[in-house]
Structures are given as structure tokens and as C-alpha cells.
Design a protein around this ligand. Structure first.
Ligand SMILES: N[C@@H](CCC(=O)N[C@@H](CS)C(=O)NCC(=O)O)C(=O)O
Length: 215
């Protein structure tokens, strides 16, 4: 039995996809961001970083979305969201998950929380513009990978694809939207039709229509 501490369309979205896709028994616990509950002593006991998500697995809290992803994939390998140990795809799984979580995600975080990274208010628009360029560079690398691959790792879907979908959704408002990259746009349109993406986005009240527009 799992509990996922979440907020709609936050970094909890990817873990939510995995829990749903793997048909696991889980409760969703909405973190009341408006009252800053993620900074409360009660929540900080679960996640000292005061961030969303946290997964509780049989009473044990785990934070960091990538760690939660690897843990769930390893606990439930029968759902094949991670290539088996020994497969040449296994290191590629780590590579893409790390790229998404350690490169693209922090670029988006700086973009959306610029005041945490610069004190000078007047410099904020320049910081956002610079981040938009960094994000476009990352999306371009992903677009190249998708030129000859149906999914990030090849012909089979993996947890990396659900992770990418979450970050692509966050990237929609940046100067160069993911939908302006041809391979990525087609891929996102396909991902929107995936039953897990559809179901979880409906639960979280997310609108998928931007991904469905004609390319
Ligand atoms: N590296 C963390 C980042 C989590 C994160 O920053 N989550 C955001 C929501 S998307 C959050 O909790 N923001 C509130 C805050 O930073 O105070 C992860 O991937 O789990």
C-alpha cells in the first residue's frame, strides 16, 4: 500500500503515472500548497526538502521523483517500465531519467522560480529568457532522439516517457514550446492517447487539448 503526497501537475505527476500504470494500491494525499503545508513540521518529517512529491511505501517515506520512479520500476518489473538488468537499454534508462531530472527539470525550476536564483528584480526577465534558451537546447536533444525512436528508449515505452510527458507539459509556456519540435510534437500527441496519461490527467484535472492541435 502506497501513499502519494501530490499536487496537480507538480513533480508528483510522474510518480502518479507509474502508480496508476502499475495498477498499484495507492492513496492520493493532496498537499495543501495554499496553506504552505509542504513546509509544515508534519510534512518536513516525511520530506525534509519541503517539496512535492513524497511517496510512502509501507510506512517508509521516499522523496525525489527520480528515486521514486526507480524504486517503483524495480519493485514491479513485470510492468516493464525499466529494461531488465543486463539489457543494453538499462544504462540508457538511467541516462535519460538523469537527463530529464537533473538537466531539464532544474532548468524549468529556475525558469518558474527565478526569484530564488537572483535577488535583482530587474534581471529576472533576462534570466527567464536565458533559461528559455537552455530549455530549448534540452528539448532539441530529446527531439533528435525521437527522430528514429517511437519512445525515448526505442520501440517500447518506459518510465522515462511518462517523466518526459510531465516536463513537456511544464514546458508549454516557454519561448520555444515542445510542440514546435517536430518529432517531440508527434510523440506528445501519441502519449496523450495513452490510457495511463489520459486517466491520470483526468484525475488531476489537466487539459490535454494543447497537445492535440494539428502539427
Ligand atoms: N528534485 C525534486 C524537485 C521537487 C520540486 O521542486 N517540486 C516542486 C513542485 S513541482 C515543489 O515542491 N515546489 C515547492 C517549493 O519548492 O517550495 C523532485 O524531482 O522530486
Amino acid at each position: 500500500m502506497y501513499q502519494l503526497y501530490y499536487y496537480p501537475n507538480n513533480a508528483s505527476l510522474a510518480p502518479h503515472f507509474f502508480l496508476h500504470h502499475m495498477r498499484l494500491d495507492y492513496d492520493l494525499v493532496l498537499v495543501d500548497k495554499k496553506s504552505n503545508w509542504h513546509k509544515s513540521p508534519e510534512y518536513l518529517k516525511l520530506n525534509p526538502a519541503g517539496r512535492i512529491p513524497t511517496l510512502v511505501d509501507n510506512g517508509q517515506p521516499i522523496f525525489e521523483s527520480a528515486a521514486i520512479c526507480i524504486h517503483l520500476c524495480e519493485q514491479h518489473p513485470e510492468y516493464q517500465l525499466i529494461p531488465p538488468l543486463g539489457s543494453p537499454k538499462r544504462p540508457l534508462f538511467y541516462q535519460w531519467l538523469a537527463f530529464l531530472n537533473n538537466t531539464l527539470q532544474p532548468q524549468l525550476m529556475v525558469r518558474y522560480y527565478p526569484h530564488r536564483n537572483i535577488k535583482d528584480e530587474q534581471s529576472i526577465p533576462a534570466l527567464i529568457a536565458a533559461q528559455d534558451e537552455r530549455i530549448a537546447e534540452s528539448l532539441s536533444i530529446i527531439d533528435d532522439q525521437l527522430a528514429d525512436n517511437v519512445y525515448l528508449l526505442g520501440s517500447e515505452i518506459s518510465a522515462c516517457d511518462f517523466f518526459l510527458f510531465m516536463l513537456a507539459e511544464w514546458s508549454l509556456p516557454v519561448a520555444r514550446s515542445p510542440l514546435t519540435f517536430p518529432h517531440l510534437a508527434g510523440y506528445l500527441k501519441r502519449m496523450c492517447e495513452h490510457s495511463t496519461v489520459k486517466a491520470v490527467c483526468e484525475i488531476e484535472g489537466m487539459d490535454l487539448t494543447p497537445f492535440k492541435a494539428e502539427i
